[in-house]
Design a protein around this ligand. Structure first.
Ligand code: ATP
Length: 330
């Protein structure tokens, strides 16, 4: 497998090396291609992601991505949006499950996935900025809705219930999305319910155990994932996968966290579990299970960064996880 490594900016530069250290402990045959993209590159060259970078990425199977700080340039186009669109990474999949010994603010048991359409909706890039008015066009297509609903139905076959989340009572584009998704669920024989996004945000905090697969549009999924991260104990714990037919990109759901960057205290677990999702995608199921077990073992032994109340560094946590993998976890 050929893997592009794009740590990006801020804590991306800390958590991605930590996750690679864990990956290396598995001793798999993976060719790693380092990539320098993001704010730092923009400062040096005026471009955060060049066409040459894109060519290198297209020569790889998948990408391990950290985070990118947004440059202070009104004309700046998001690197992540470009990657998602050009590589057609249409399914954004974010699993949420309690990890060992992590303090949870509400429910203690849940296991759900948020799956969101990743290439259109409010992030379609159709925008106009004038002096006294600005427009963002929310594009929802039948093709985009059908294929994300098909992916959600495949997940719902393993995970039981499908919940379609929208704001169809107000937005025509959302009643279209809802109707297409319902049609796909019926065709696949998947039982589903529907929920308005505002009710969903409220209920996800109070009763996350009620949900298995949550299917929604781009912006709603983005926001609900941060709600879910709080339910699961913090942004430093939550991984994600961006999947298309040809390529995939794996990234922690958190950003570049400039407030803690450079201090060596960022929690690497979200990045390590993004590697776990990459292993599952590539068919290394046994290795993925080892990573999960090693993470939980390190947590049980209290080896945690300050966001979880611990005194350990990013490196300490990745070393603890890698050591457990090398020893065969116990
Ligand atoms: P960006 O502008 O890149 O999105 P941000 O700071 O606005 O960065 P996040 O990076 O998601 O957004 O961070 C939100 C908060 O969560 C910050 O206070 C940050 O320190 C904290 N945080 C995020 N990721 C981690 C992590 N891996 N470990 C510890 N704290 C984290």
């Amino acid at each position: 497998m050929k893997l592009a490594i794009a740590p990006g900016d801020g804590i991306g530069k800390e958590v991605i090396p930590a996750a690679l250290f864990v990956l290396d402990a598995l001793g798999l045959d993976i060719e790693k291609i380092p990539l320098d993209i993001g704010y730092g590159k923009w400062e040096r060259t005026g471009s955060a992601l060049s066409d040459d970078d894109m060519d290198i990425i297209k020569g790889c199977d998948c990408i391990l991505f950290g985070a990118i700080t947004t440059p202070p340039d009104p004309g700046y186009k998001s690197v992540l949006m470009r990657l998602r669109k050009e590589l057609d990474l249409y399914a954004n999949i974010r699993p949420f499950v309690p990890l060992k010994k992590v303090t949870l603010p509400c429910a203690k048991e849940f296991d759900f996935v948020i799956i969101r359409e990743n290439t259109e909706g409010m992030y379609s890039g159709v925008e106009e900025l004038h002096e006294n008015v600005a427009y963002t066009t929310r594009v929802i297509t039948r093709k985009g809705s059908e294929r994300i609903a098909e992916t959600a139905c495949r997940l719902a076959k393993e995970r039981k219930k499908l919940t379609i989340v929208h704001k169809a009572n107000v937005l025509k584009s959302d009643s279209f999305f809802r109707d297409v998704c319902m049609g796909v669920a019926k065709k696949n024989g998947i039982s589903y319910n529907e929920m308005l996004v505002d009710s969903m945000a409220y209920d996800l905090v109070l009763h996350p155990q009620k949900y298995d697969v949550i299917l929604t549009t781009n912006l709603f999924g983005d926001i609900l994932s941060d709600v879910a991260a709080a339910v699961a104990g913090g942004l430093g714990l939550c991984p994600s996968a961006n999947i298309g037919e040809r390529y995939a990109l794996f990234e922690p759901i958190h950003g570049s966290a400039p407030d803690i960057a450079g201090k060596g205290i960022a929690n690497p677990i979200a990045a390590i579990l993004s590697v776990k999702m990459m292993l599952e995608w590539a068919g290394w199921e046994k290795e993925a299970a080892m990573v999960m077990e090693a993470v939980n073992s390190a947590l049980l032994d209290g080896i945690t960064t300050p966001d979880l109340g611990g005194k350990y560094s990013t490196k300490d946590v990745s070393t603890a996880v890698a050591t457990r993998i090398s020893k065969g976890v116990d």
